[in-house]
Design a protein around this ligand. Structure first.
Ligand SMILES: C[S@@+](CC[C@H](N)C(=O)[O-])C[C@H]1O[C@@H](n2cnc3c(N)ncnc32)[C@H](O)[C@@H]1O
Length: 274
């Protein structure tokens, strides 16, 4: 069998070579599709609610949503702390536009350039830092700049070894994010503790019960597959997706009633400054 387009032979099968992936995976300019991201909204939002349940602020002056996406969860923060100013920040033009459409005054900011303002009493970054290589190194500076008694709460997926990511890497044969994209919970705990903050770190594996055909493929369409979609010509991306689908079906089989279990590990870390 010959391998065409961007593909090369590897271990007896064709994989998509990904010379361009390094550019798209580490950059912040990869395209987000807010509507597609809001598929599975209820499942995706669950860790956010579990995260902010551990933030005990009663009257914060400012609440920052760092990497706010389409802004739906910034709205939840505004509802929880109605007297606070809410800053919703994201590097994606599409996400900022989607947030503004829902009435959130989002601004285009790359978290790597962000410094907490002096009144940033609550800072939440949910499902963002896995896209920021080396983000552990940003945390001490952010915590040092926070006001006293401030809360910093982060959540990142801890599932880079799961089939949903490993199968994409196997097929892509490129520079896609691997397990190193997200440190283990202990690393966040140590970094926060070293700043002298109070620390609350935990992990949860959710068992999402998904419906419809190829639900895991549709889930990662909006997230893990974005760099592949950006790197390949459209027709080749469709071939890639078609090759991935049966592998994901085998790893996450549909149950007799048509639903599919999707286990998804998440890592949470909350710090409170003194
Ligand atoms: C998976 S979405 C999460 C959105 C939202 N926080 C939520 O929980 O639904 C990841 C978001 O992180 C943003 N993001 C990724 N890298 C970023 C960076 N360096 N600076 C700011 N935002 C970034 C993306 O644009 C995207 O909106």
């Amino acid at each position: 069998m010959s391998c065409g387009g961007s593909r090369a032979r590897s271990g007896g099968s064709c994989t998509w070579t990904a010379k361009q992936y390094a550019r798209t995976v580490t950059g912040v300019s990869t395209t987000w599709d807010p509507a597609r991201y809001l598929d599975f909204d209820d499942h995706r939002a669950r860790p956010f609610h579990d995260l902010i349940a551990r933030v005990g602020a009663t009257a914060p002056r400012r609440v920052v949503d760092l990497g706010c996406g389409p802004g739906h969860l910034a709205g939840v923060l505004a509802a929880r702390w109605p007297k606070a100013a809410v800053s919703a920040l994201d590097s994606s033009a599409e996400m900022v536009a989607a947030a503004r459409e829902r009435g959130i005054a989002a601004e285009r900011v790359d978290v790597r350039d962000w410094t907490p303002p002096p009144d940033a009493d609550v800072d939440v970054t949910n499902a963002v830092l896995q896209w920021v290589p080396g983000h552990l190194g940003l945390l001490p500076g952010w915590l040092a700049a926070l006001p006293p008694k401030a809360w910093f709460a982060l959540q990142v997926p801890g599932n880079f070894a799961a089939p949903s990511h490993a199968l994409v890497r196997e097929l892509a044969a490129g520079t896609l994010r691997d397990e190193a994209a997200v440190p283990e919970p202990e690393a966040y705990a140590e970094v926060f503790a070293a700043t002298g903050a109070d620390v609350d770190v935990w992990e949860t594996t959710y068992r999402h019960r998904l419906t419809g055909p190829d639900p895991v493929l549709r889930w990662i369409d909006a997230t893990a597959l974005r760099p592949v979609r950006d790197a390949l010509p459209p027709a080749e991306f469709q071939e890639f997706r078609a090759a991935l689908a049966p592998r994901l079906r085998a790893a996450y089989p549909a149950r007799p009633d048509g639903t599919t279990w999707f286990p998804f590990r998440r890592i949470f870390a909350v710090a409170r400054t003194h």
